[in-house]
Structures are given as C-alpha cells and as structure tokens.
Ligand binder design. Structure first.
Ligand SMILES: [Zn+2]
Length: 65
C-alpha cells in the first residue's frame, strides 16, 4: 500500500475514480503521481544524506587539530 507524500498516511485505491486517496488527509493522487513523488522523495533523501555526511566530515576534519 502506498504512503501519502503529505502526511505519510495509508492510501486506499478507489477503483471508480482510479486514484489513490489518503485515508488520513484525503489527498487524491493517481498512480503516476505517487510514482513521481516516490522517486523525487527518494532522490531528495539520498542527496540530503550525502550532503549531511560530507558536511559532518568537513566539520570534523576542520575542527580537529
Ligand atoms: Zn495524507
């Protein structure tokens, strides 16, 4: 079951409307949109963690004698 990109709630598929509806906040998304969100979030998280790791390494490297 996909998760809502807005509130991380569970999304239920509505066969009649052919969209996923968040059971928590009511957000409606098509499967394509969910895929788009998932890919974007994945990339963002990936980039962020890499930058944070680099930043931490940089801070440590510069502060230690
Ligand atoms: Zn939601």
């Amino acid at each position: 079951m996909p998760r809502c990109p807005e509130c991380n709630g569970y999304m239920k598929y509505d066969r009649r409307l052919k969209v996923y509806i968040c059971t928590n906040c009511g957000l409606m998304l098509t499967r394509d949109e969910i895929e788009k969100y998932r890919r974007r979030n994945y990339v963002e998280e990936d980039e962020k963690s890499e930058i944070e790791e680099y930043y931490e390494w940089w801070i440590k490297g510069n502060k230690s004698p």
